[in-house]
Design a protein around this ligand. Structure first.
Ligand code: CTP
Length: 392
């Protein structure tokens, strides 16, 4: 959480300024106090009135003519962290050169607070040696960067230069201010496994991998080293080390190989419990009649991690339909530190959705029901909780 943390949001002139509005909102929702400053160019993209309405405070845009005596030094001293989003090539160049000709650069120069820059510009501008030189210089000055991401850019171009999504910026701010996951090595499993019947068919399930990806993404943005073992084909979140697998057997081998030596393992994957006992190497033909499938058990990956001598802090997931009694039993019997249970038959919860309503169950059976949240918000809360338990 960012309760009462003082965050200065500096918006500079790029199309991505519209995303800074959502960023301001998300920071406020996390309990932060925010002040917004803008460059003249930023005001051409988004009006200061929008930010003022969201933050509930007037927005400063000028070194002169403000109600404050010395706006840049007052804001510089007030801020616990300064987020520049979007950070344009021009602002980065001014900052790297130590110029202080507008309120944003003057405030940055006057502040000792950590600075997080979220660059946004066209690929050519980002890759230009001058910009890269400025980035290196700013890093050497102690400034931190998040992004840019790859993706579609204004004007229909594609490539690196897109501002990273606001939720990832929020998590990075949290990492700077609270830093609970810095130095943590985290393992996340995600997706539903596929167990081959023949070369074209498999037994699978409806898991999309979105919950696990949100958990991996938030952990990475908060500063953890994240290993993501996944059978999902979603594009990987920024900053994680990816291990693609398909079957329960492959996932087990990868997870068991990586688990010794991690601090926390969050196993969200919907692993098949059964697989065809024998894989048929050529396609089953209709004319050969209805095949009889004999199934066998897959390895219990979670049990293998729980049995490690020096096991990591272990979070299991349980997708249930209807009552959560089965999940309560799993929380007590599976050797986990936390179990995240959800009823996948409930609307808005579970497989493929953007949201989830989960119940957190402790090994002693104590449980806490969380409201319907975005998967990303569930991930935020989960990491808050894991950090709190591990630090107590
Ligand atoms: N899991 C696992 N290996 C398996 C099956 C499940 O590691 N072969 C993990 C999941 O990633 C999840 C937890 O175990 O974190 C609970 O999964 P679930 O399928 O609900 O547990 P089961 O013991 O298979 O229970 P059920 O009787 O409901 O199938």
């Amino acid at each position: 959480m960012l309760r009462d943390r003082r965050i200065l949001l500096a918006v500079t002139g790029g199309v991505a300024a519209y995303k800074a509005v959502y960023l301001a909102r998300r920071l406020l929702e996390r309990g932060a106090e925010i002040e917004v400053i803008m460059t003249e160019a930023a005001r051409r993209f988004v009006g200061e009135q929008t930010f003022a309405a969201i933050s509930g405070r007037p927005v400063s845009t000028d070194l002169f003519g403000s109600s404050r005596v010395s706006p840049h030094t007052e804001l510089a001293g007030w801020a616990e962290v300064i987020v520049v989003a979007p950070a344009t090539a021009a602002t980065m160049a001014r900052l790297a050169a130590g110029l202080s000709e507008d309120l944003v650069t003057a405030t940055l120069l006057a502040s000792e607070a950590p600075v997080l820059l979220a660059p946004a510009m066209h690929t050519e501008m980002w890759q230009h040696p001058a910009t890269q030189r400025n980035v290196e210089r700013l890093k050497a000055d102690g400034h931190q960067f998040i992004g840019p991401a790859e993706g579609s850019l204004a004007g229909g171009d594609e490539g690196p230069g897109r501002m990273i999504e606001p939720d990832e910026i929020v998590a990075a701010v949290e990492a700077i201010l609270t830093g609970p996951l810095k130095g943590w090595r985290v393992l996340v499993s995600a997706g539903g496994t596929r167990e081959p019947i023949d070369p074209v068919r498999y037994i699978g399930n409806r898991s999309s991998g979105k919950m696990g990806y949100a958990i991996a993404s938030v952990a990475a943005a908060r500063g953890a080293d994240v290993l993501l073992v996944t059978s999902s084909t979603l594009p990987p979140p920024a900053g994680v080390e990816l291990f693609r697998v398909e079957t329960a057997e492959e996932m087990a081998a990868q997870v068991w190989n990586l688990a010794p030596g991690v601090d926390v393992a969050v196993l969200t994957a919907a692993v098949a419990d059964f697989r065809p006992a024998k894989e048929i190497d050529s396609k089953l033909r209709r004319r050969d009649g209805v095949p009889e499938l004999v199934l066998e058990s897959t390895p219990d990956i979670l049990a293998g991690v729980a049995a490690l001598d020096d096991r990591p802090f272990l979070v299991g997931f349980a997708a249930e339909t209807g009552s959560l009694d089965g999940a309560r039993r799993k929380a007590m019997e599976k050797g986990v530190d936390l179990l995240v249970a959800n009823d996948v038959s409930e609307p808005g919860s579970g497989f493929g959705t953007e949201t989830n309503r989960v119940t957190i169950i402790r090994p002693d059976g104590a449980s806490d029901e969380w409201p319907l949240l975005d998967k990303r918000q569930v991930a935020d809360r989960l990491w808050d909780l894991v950090a709190q338990i591990r630090q107590s």
